[in-house]
Design a protein around this ligand. Structure first.
Ligand SMILES: Cc1cc2nc3c(=O)[nH]c(=O)nc-3n(C[C@H](O)[C@H](O)[C@H](O)COP(=O)(O)O)c2cc1C
Length: 364
């Protein structure tokens, strides 16, 4: 009888302990997140709620504008999202990171950007500036340099959406200017709404947050959330058959008065591509000359001396989250067609080397 009673007391005590500690233990395990964003014309807001849906509405993830936040202290992780403007995530992101940098350095942090161009092998040459890298995650390089104590766990650059009739005065002018200056042409010409967003990138980003920050399994059926982006608006009111988004080819060769541009993709990883490019550069009697290196791409400027003149080839190999297992490599010469022939031949040799042994990935 006595043993029976003791067992009952132990059971009751255990139940009380579980009752008291259970929720505390559970809530200690569930991470609390903040997704903080700003958006010029609204598409970054759509992306923010899309990411929240993939992470899971059962997760604690507050979605707030920058000026709704007075502290980041209650959160275990913070996702910062913004539309790109003038080739940066714009000043509000810098201000937010500066304000909360001590707290943020102790938390898991992720950055994402909505932007006009997703192709991280892109370069831009405009009057008054050196040739430089643009697009996608390239825009997040500077903020990581400025705040080295804050090391993001996941970064994303997705492409985005632009509704031409909504653009305000100076914005309209800037976009108009870019149309005229871009050496490789602008995809939005003739459209009211233009989209460059790569949905697989948003999905890969949110799944990476699930796995790396929250320790959750990645979602295989992640496409079920595309309703956050798909819409019935036509690309052009004058000509509704025009698509908002035309999938840009990965394999391109363009030769105009302004540029020789060649881009393709090969099976393999960044390290293997860089090794082949180094061999090619040695054979062409020039060093690769690294300009900038990240975990997903490298920008090189090998210089070839032709008839006493130093001429630059711009080379960018890079990997893309939406095309795993492949490396994309772009080559550019901005010299005039009559003098750049030897550079075009050198680029041809590099591509022969990269594409050999069935490495070239055809299609698109
Ligand atoms: C004035 C202006 C400047 C822009 N500058 C860039 C830029 O430098 N690089 C880029 O990739 N996209 C640029 N974009 C494209 C936007 O980042 C893209 O359309 C984004 O999806 C807009 O998001 P939002 O609707 O939240 O403002 C620019 C757009 C505008 C209107």
């Amino acid at each position: 009888m006595k043993t029976h009673n003791t067992a009952r007391y132990i059971l009751i005590l255990a139940a009380i302990l579980i009752g008291c500690l259970g929720p505390a233990v559970c809530s200690a395990e569930a991470k609390k997140g903040l997704l903080v964003y700003a958006s010029g014309y609204g598409s970054t807001i759509e992306i923010a709620y899309w990411i929240k849906a993939i992470i899971g509405i059962e997760q604690t993830l507050d979605v707030k504008k920058f000026d709704q936040v007075i502290t980041v202290a209650p959160y275990d992780y913070v996702i910062i999202g913004r539309n790109a403007k003038q080739e940066t995530p714009s000043p509000s992101v810098y201000k937010f990171v500066e304000t909360y940098q001590q707290d943020l350095a102790k938390k898991q942090l992720c950055y994402f950007l909505g932007c006009g161009d997703w192709d991280e092998t892109m370069l831009l040459k405009v009057p008054g500036r050196e040739v430089h890298q643009i697009a996608g995650r390239n825009y997040l390089y500077d903020i990581q340099e400025k705040f080295p104590a804050i090391k993001p766990v996941v970064i994303g650059g997705f492409g985005g959406r632009q509704v031409m009739p909504s653009l305000q005065g100076m914005d309209k002018l800037q976009i108009w200017l870019l149309e005229r200056l871009a050496k490789e042409g602008c995809a939005w010409v003739g459209l009211d709404i233009w989209e460059s967003l790569v949905p697989e990138r948003v999905e890969a980003f949110a799944n990476e947050v699930r796995a790396k920050v929250l320790g959750l399994p990645v979602l295989d059926n992640v496409q079920q959330f595309r309703g956050f982006w798909n819409s019935l608006q036509p690309g052009s009111l004058q000509e509704p058959s025009k698509q908002k988004y035309t999938v840009r080819p990965y394999t391109v060769q363009t030769s105009t008065e302004k540029i020789f541009f060649s881009r393709s993709r090969i099976r393999g990883d960044l390290e293997a591509a860089v090794k082949m490019l180094s061999e090619w550069a040695q054979q062409e009697c020039c060093a690769l000359q690294e300009q900038r290196k990240t975990f997903f791409n490298v920008y090189y400027r090998p210089v070839k001396n032709i008839s006493g003149n130093d001429m630059v080839i711009h080379v960018v190999p890079g990997t893309m989250p939406d095309d795993p297992g492949n490396v994309h490599v772009s080559f550019r010469s901005y010299d005039k067609p009559d003098v750049r022939k030897p550079l075009e031949e050198a680029i041809g040799k590099a591509e022969q080397m990269l594409w050999a042994d069935g490495r070239k990935v055809e299609g698109r």
